[in-house]
Every structure is written in structure tokens, then in C-alpha cells.
Design a binder for this molecule. Sequence first.
Ligand code: PEP
Ligand code: MG
Length: 566
Amino acid sequence: MQNFQGVGVSPGRIIGSVRQMPKPVSEPPSGDRLAADVSPEDAVAGLKAAAQAVHDELKGRADTASGDGKAVLEATALMAKDTMLLKSASKLINAGSSAERAIWEAGASVSEMLHNLGGYMAERATDVLDVRARIVAELRGVPAPGIPSSDTPFILVAEDLAPADTATLNPAVVQALVTSGGGPQSHTAIIARSLGLPAVVAAHGVDDIADGTEVFVDGAAGFVAVSPTDEHRAAATAWAETSATLAEFDGNGTTADGHLVPLLANVGGAKDAVAAAALGAQGVGLFRTEFCFLERDTEPSVDEQAAAYKAVFDAFPGKKVVLRTLDAGADKPLPFLTDATEPNPALGVRGYRTDFTTPGVLERQLEAIARAASESEADVWVMAPMISTAAEAGRFASLCAAAGIQTPGVMVEVPSAALTAATVLREVGFASLGTNDLTQYAMAADRQLGPLAELNTPWQPAVLRLVQLTVEGAEQESSGREGAAKPVGVCGEAAADPALAVVLTGLGVTTLSMTARSLAAVGTVLKTVTLEQARELATLALSAPSATEARDWVRAKLPVLEELGL
Ligand code: PEP
Ligand code: MG
């Protein structure tokens, strides 16, 4: 029996059969020529047959899909038969290029041309690049890129997943996610938690597990076993029962002694918001607006934005919805805002900083938010991502005021904002700790990199200290004036870890926002401790010399976690 140890990022114990995610298609070498024994006519015929096969495969999937997924698959299938694409590739083959290189170059120029046309046509630019990769894979006889399509359930093993992969991930067939790369704050982790799938990241060596191998996955312990034992089978059966009892949140986040900690949802659009409301979320603590426009090459219009935002607000009438302005950059590039050639994107022009280089987009977004808010019954709060200084917070607050937005706030995800929380909070009405980025910047460890997973956990005492400093900053800010301290919530993945949620409550955060699937588990565990016990656990975690000890010490005091398999 072979075991793999990674980092558990989404609980659940399950047994299933492995499907490896195909590797991305590599670019055929520049100047790659047609082989001497292949005629241009045969190469063109081969290319057309490959394009037809790609079309048929995508069309077949479109026929059984529904909604947005169906439309995307249909549009991509049509692109595989695009005459301009195939004609320009044939021309290159006739000039001596290999079929792979020809379709690669033809795809690049068609994509660029569509991009330059703007509007709807620009939206198709990425479809062309997807289609060209599929045609090259077909010519090479290797599996098509992206999540494998299958009617039978499987455990997906990949190097890592990108946000765009969510669109094609069908949770009815994908039973669990295991990656060799990715950290606890990577998008694989976020996607897994939002879909309620057990997940393990940074499990070195899993790329070599053969397709069809039966494995046991424990998403809390971060463990993967090939050839499951009877004990593993019993654990998987027990989890199937527990998960049913953990599926419902009663809509009331509180400690055992009645200290209220509203439990809110992280959403990326209306579909998530409707699902979160159904799962009992007390509001939205993070609406990642960039997720509405990830596929876009061009800035969405104010009307289009207002409609997308209102659809989320309408899921929570009378409740709080915290919307974050576009957080483009690094792991979430938006071509109309970010520069793909930046050498160090995580430290580059991202989040609020895109306003330095592309002024106007933020103002138009605030106009759309204000309009949507005025037409809805939600209590709309608006925050800026990646704020580093009090001056930035002040400028954001003035832009919000100019747009008629009453409650401006900031995300605290850069250590400088945590360290100067009192002055930052003087400028705005609230703060929300983005512990995913706060951890990556405090530890100088890219959140997407598997080998840095041990550094990249919000259990790091340094990160907990930054959370504590932010809460203290809010208290300090209130000491010089009338009224209570301004709210400091957490909307990073830390809030979805039930043990850490208790620690954060003990540190004094006022709300916890997470993927809606985690609400029930966090709510259940929070109700087992008093505020005083949560404070003691926070002190314990802060005193630990390492992240591992902080987590182990706190978990040891919360036996309910093991009982529930969390
Ligand atoms: C964070 O950084 O913690 C956060 C909530 O934002 P995102 O994960 O979208 O960067
Ligand atoms: Mg962030």
C-alpha cells in the first residue's frame, strides 16, 4: 500500500477511482517544419480531421450540458471548424510548416484579430486559444487539456487548478480533488471548499498514480492511500453519514454563551449567492466581483456590471452584502486591467493598484454598484482589495462618497495595512482580513506553490499576530471618539477552518465569511465553546512556536473536530 501525505484543505473521507488531469499542451517549437515524408496535402487533411474530431467531441458534450456550460461548449465547438482559422493554418502548411506549428500560429493571429475587434468578438479570443490547444493534443494523440469529461465519478488528480477550471468542473462526477502543487490558499483549495469536495493539496508524488487506481482520500488529514484498507472503507462510510448531518446551518453564528459572530458567505456571482442564501448564510462577507468577468478581454459596461451585482444583492434582501471591487492580477488576471508581462505579479499592479495605471475603471464600477444598491434591498458595503496605506484607504473612501456609497471599507491583506490598522480604519468604516494574501505576504510565500504549503498557512503565529494587531488597531481607533470599534471581519479561507474560526473569534474578529459549504461545520463547532474558551484558545495558538503546533494544540482542545471528521 502506498500513502501520500499532503495538506488537507477541505474535509471529507472518500474512496474512488483516479483520473489524472492532462498536462497543459506545450507550444510546438518555433520554425517546426513539415516532416520530409509528409506531403502538405496529407498534413492539411490530417489537420482538418483533427479539427473535426475536436468539434465532434465538444459538440457531443454541449448536447448533454445545460446553461452557461452548454453555451461555452457550443461556441468553442464552432470555433474548431472556423474557416479562417483552418485556411490560415493550411496556408502555413503549404509554406512548409508542420501542422502543429501551423495551427498554433494561425490560432494566435485569429485570437489577436478577434481581440482587436473588441466587444463580443473579443470574448471569443480565448476560445480560439483553447481550440488550438485541443487540435494540437489531437494531432499528438494525447488527452485534451482541461478537466476530463466522464459519466462515471472519479477523484481528480492534478498539478493545480485555475479559477477558470471551475466552469467545467462537474461536482456530480468529481468526487474529490488531490493536487501535487497548490497551497492551502490556492484556488484549488477555494474551489474544493466551495463545492464541498474533499481535497488534499501539495501531495508530492500523486502525479504518478495511474488512471483507474482506487484511492482513499482524507481531506481533513491531508492523506491519500492507494489500495484502501477495511479501516479506510469504514471511515468513508462513516463520513457519508456525518456529512449529511453537517449539511445544514441554522443561520445563527454564535458561541455557546451567546456571543454573536455572524457567519457570512464568500460568493463569485448570483448562482453562488442564491445557493449561499439557501444554506443559511447570514449575508455575504466577500463578493469577488472579478469572478463575474474572468473570461472577459474588455471592460464590462456599467449596465452589465449593475445587473451582475444586483442579482447577488437580490439574494439577500435586508441583509449585509460586502462587495469587493475588482481584484485583478496575479492569480486572477483580467486582460483589460493587468499586464501579463509583469515579472512579479503578486507584488505588482493588482487589486486597488490597477487604478494607478488604468484610471476610470474603478469609478465606473462604483457607479454600477451604487446603481445596483439603490435598486435592491440589501445592505451594501464596498471594500477595496490590496490596500497598503491609510492614504489609499482615504482616497477609496472619497471615491465611494462621490459615487454615493455609504459604507466604504478595506481588505487587510498586506501586512502594512495590519500594522497600521488604526490609521487605515480612521479613513473607512470597516476592515475585512483577507488571510489568504495576508499569509502569502507575511510569509513571503507564493500561495499557489505546493513546496511552500507549510509556510503558507494562516495558522502561522506571525499571521495570527497580524490578525490580533488589526483588531487592536480598530480598538485604538475607536478610543479617541464616540462609538464602538469599527467591525473587523475575516473573509479569507482561514474562516472556513472550524478550529481556526474559534481562534479568530477569540482574537476578536466580528464576522467570519467563508464558502457557504463550510457554514454548517463552522457554526456547529463555534457553538461548542464559550467566548472565554475561544479567547484562551487564541492565546494558546499565539504562544505556539510554529503553525503545526498552533494547529495541533488547538485541535487537541476541540475533540468535537475528530468526532465529526473535520
Ligand atoms: C484573501 O486574500 O484572503 C481573499 C479573501 O481574497 P482572494 O482569495 O480572492 O485573493
Ligand atoms: Mg486576496
